[in-house]
Design a protein around this ligand. Sequence first.
Ligand code: ATP
Length: 739
Amino acid sequence: METVKGYVDHIIYRSEDTGYSVFILENKDGESTCVGNFPVIEEGELLELDGETVLHPSYGTQFKVKESRRCEPDDLHSMEVYLGSGTIKGLGAVLAGKIVEHFGEETFKVIEEEPERLAEIKGISGKKAMEIAFQMESKKELRRGMIYLQKFGISTNLAVKIYKEYGESVYNVIEENPYKLAETVDGIGFKIADQIAINAGFRLDSEFRIQSGILYALQQGIASGSVYMLEAELMGLTASLLEVELSEITRFLMDLAIDKKIVIKDEEGGKKIYLSHFYYMELEVAARLKELDQKFSIDQERVSEDIKKIEKEATTVLDETQQLAILRAMENGVSILTGGPGTGKTTTISTMIRLFIENGLEVLLAAPTGRAAKRMSETTGYEAKTIHRLLEVSGAPEGRGSSFSRNEENPLEADVIIVDEMSMIDISLMHSLLKAVLKGCRLVFVGDRNQLPSVGAGAVLEDMIKADQFATTTLEKIFRQASKSDIVVNAHKINRGEEVMLDNKSADFFFLKRYDPRVIVAVIIRLITENLPQYLKLSPLDIQVITPTRIGAVGVEQLNVALQERLNPPTAGKAEKKVSFGVLRVGDKVMQTKNNYQLEWQVRTKFGLTIDKGVGIFNGDIGIVKRIDNYQMEVEIEFDDERVVSYPFGNLDELELAYAITVHKSQGSEYPAVVMPMYSGPRMLMHRNLLYTAITRAKNLVTLVGDEKVFAQMISNEYISERNTSLSERIQELYEEYQ
Ligand SMILES: Nc1ncnc2c1ncn2[C@@H]1O[C@H](COP(=O)(O)OP(=O)(O)OP(=O)(O)O)[C@@H](O)[C@H]1O
């Protein structure tokens, strides 16, 4: 057995499920590749590893880790890394290097006992020396806590978060119930808490472990879109996650229900188990909708006349169904307008908005993503905001207190709120929106029920339509102009499960038959870099590659690497930064992959004057890397809507390349041209709904590259991911109560 010690320089591969990790360890002897199982591992950590050097047939020499220990900084290099890691404000890597070079082994002792001596270093004033000493002193307890936490295999980053949450009571939490961490500390889930608990000597069948495991299983359900789980399903998942027999599960469920952590509803079809928060969100959404769904009396004839006047100016005559949608929106507190592409939704809402405004009503327009809001503004001619912006992001992290400044205490001032792309809205956003709406305001929900459901839990639009209590208008006719577009016509065919001709006689819908995945990728690259930009007079960055899968030969990850290499290769003078997905380079197209309520943005004029600012960058926002500053340790990104954000290096793992994105991430956006590979993939992904969503993202051109059999199979695959949601039942119950 050999022992090596060094810093985790770069993680090459990691499986979150098994903890299997491949990384580069750096020490004074150079770099070595290490492999092993690590429940948690982070770049920058100092590790001591026991294991052996082996020769892998394809990957060469590797150090196979058997045991690992985290170390506190002791040698010179470690002290330098600790001081320069950003823990001490005002101390960067360069100054840290100078300090350690000057004081050697004595560094920490000097800082703690004779801090004034720091001023011996050029660049450190007496005042700064005292500030550094003060920070070191105030972090003494923290350092002690960290060393304690690291004994349980907790990484430095997480240890800081835990310590921030619990301070000196951290010792009790770990000894009494480490599973609490999973509920209270951002970034710690069940798996990490479980590892800590096991390291701290908890039994596999401990009560805390089983209760925490049940909550974790419920969260897994939520992550896949469901709001509740049936008891049997929950038990099965919990037992397999915990690897224990669960004969006494009912007792634990009752305990969790008494603690108000879950809600159990014994209904037709079995016992439904909810995380309390989700149960009450559905209940409150149903109650708010019922409350807002007032009847308004209107003069129908006058409305018809007003519509005629607007039609004359706009030169489009609305058909009967479109007019009906407008009447319903005026008469009802809650109404729904649904239909596929080209069925005239936008035309209808544009007229509706004018009517409301001409009647002196205050109208607000909103959509779930920045791109969808931008499109709504362009097509209606009135300003639309993202729902997050409408509700004014407060900066509180998601799930901790109210994320929005607009709520029941500070409601939106509006008579009408029209929300587009409703299919993307999950139960949580709907809940926040409805909390901020006053009784007497009309809500008009617009969307296409055949699009993929929201990324977050719930099926709000579908459930509202299914409940059959709100005035709903479905537009079915494709208008003449739209019917000339094969994108629209084919989208409707796909939605009905009909065959689509692939003879390439179309002006806007092409299918290039290729069968080898390497050839598919090569053709996509050629389309993006040469053919399409010329044909459409667009920049390659305006053409979006959309693909069903993340991994695999034509998945997002592979395509992004290939596209980055062609569209934004390294050149002298172009700044770069190593990141978890590879390299980030100035000029790269990137996407934010989670909601971040704290990141600050600014909109600047071309002379650099700030004209608007705020907080919050959200999942799916796409931008371009403008600057990488290795000194300030930040990356500047300009998003589509001109918002500019400085990402500290620590936030870069929230980004990924966006030359290619998944269909799920493309929801609610529209692009001038879309290119999509058609190659085999899992049946639960390769379905009609997904193909329909992908194709309807394109405004002027769709190009599919791949196997026509896969295309046909997707059209006939009616798989719809079954989500356990009960909003429609909750709505129906309320309406029945009042009958
Ligand atoms: N009553 C109408 N008579 C004639 N043309 C119409 C009518 N309503 C809409 N159109 C035309 O049909 C086309 C599609 O309409 P619109 O953009 O409103 O549909 P949509 O449902 O919003 O489509 P998408 O979801 O694709 O944006 C437009 O060119 C529009 O001018």
